[in-house]
Design a protein around this ligand. Structure first.
Ligand code: NDP
Length: 254
């Protein structure tokens, strides 16, 4: 049996920011397996080369640039389009976590997390959308979080960035939708990666996640691939400004 043509994204070109490991790398692998040419991004060239070597097919490229720096982003996107070709799909995935009580949170950490989780999506999204809107098509997927909806003690700045990213998604949809660019969010629940390692290793917290999640387990990076493939596909051509939560049901229950 073949896949429905609405889900066919083979031949498209996709950039996934922050894809040297974790969720970004799993999403890049999924897009490559679906027949896309993929561009991996992160700050460390060696780590990117290692990640690219593990992906299938000969259509994997790397682009090392810091997504928080406007001029690096502008040069990075121009270079990707010149070397690889026009971008059809952008996944704004790069992000970070800093856990500390709000009263102890420093000014510099506040700016660092805001730059990495929110400003990056604006900078990379704007550069990509300049080109996508001109061509009249494109898909942008912003990796939000269950913390776009709910906060927890010790991660208020992270929740603030992810809540704002949800609204940036809707704003991008409003601005760029008329030019044929759909912008959506994907909101992961608790997923086992380097970012959540301290939580996974905390047995009490880890058990709380399992109890609190209707699916009864932590998420795996692979759990997020289907949602991104859908949002990147023609099946989602009339879906824009939405956040699809892939969280085992956690944001839906008390
Ligand atoms: P990881 O820490 O495992 O990976 C983060 C990735 O982002 C790395 O590839 C890192 O590469 C890259 N990165 C960080 N800063 C920059 C930067 N300034 N420029 C370019 N690349 C950068 O995190 P996850 O895979 O867990 O998370 C990915 C996304 O998913 C994040 O946005 C996160 O907030 C979100 N998320 C994660 C959840 C989870 O449970 N894990 C839950 C909900 C959302 P390098 O350091 O080499 O530059």
């Amino acid at each position: 049996m073949t896949a429905h043509p609405l889900f066919d994204i083979s031949g498209r070109t996709a950039l996934v920011t922050g894809s040297s490991r974790g969720i970004g790398l799993a999403l890049a692998r999924g897009l490559a397996e679906a027949g896309c040419t993929v561009v991996l991004n992160g700050r460390d060239k060696d780590r990117l080369a290692e990640a690219a070597a593990g992906l299938p097919g000969g259509r994997v490229h790397t682009a090392a640039f810091d997504v928080t720096d406007g001029s690096s982003v502008a040069d990075g996107i121009a270079d990707v389009e010149e070397r690889v070709g026009p971008l059809d799909i952008l996944v704004n995935n790069a992000g970070m976590q800093l856990r500390a009580p709000l009263l102890e949170f420093t000014d510099s950490d506040w700016h660092r997390i805001l730059d990495t989780n929110l400003t990056s999506a604006f900078l990379v999204g704007r550069e990509a959308a300049r080109r996508m809107t001109e061509r009249g098509h494109g898909k942008i997927i912003n990796i939000c979080s269950l913390q776009s909806e709910v906060a927890r003690p010790g991660i208020a700045p992270y929740a603030a960035t992810k809540g704002a990213l949800k609204m940036l998604t809707k704003g991008m949809c409003a601005d760029w939708g008329p030019s044929g660019v759909q912008v959506n969010g994907l909101g992961p629940g608790y997923i086992e990666t380097e970012l959540t390692r301290p939580l996974v290793e905390d047995e009490e917290f880890s058990a709380w996640v399992r109890r609190r999640t209707p699916a009864g387990r932590w998420g795996r990076t692979q759990d997020l691939v289907g949602g991104v493939l859908f949002l990147a596909s023609p099946a989602a051509d009339f879906v824009s400004g939405q956040v699809l939560y892939v969280d085992g049901g956690m944001t839906s229950v008390l």
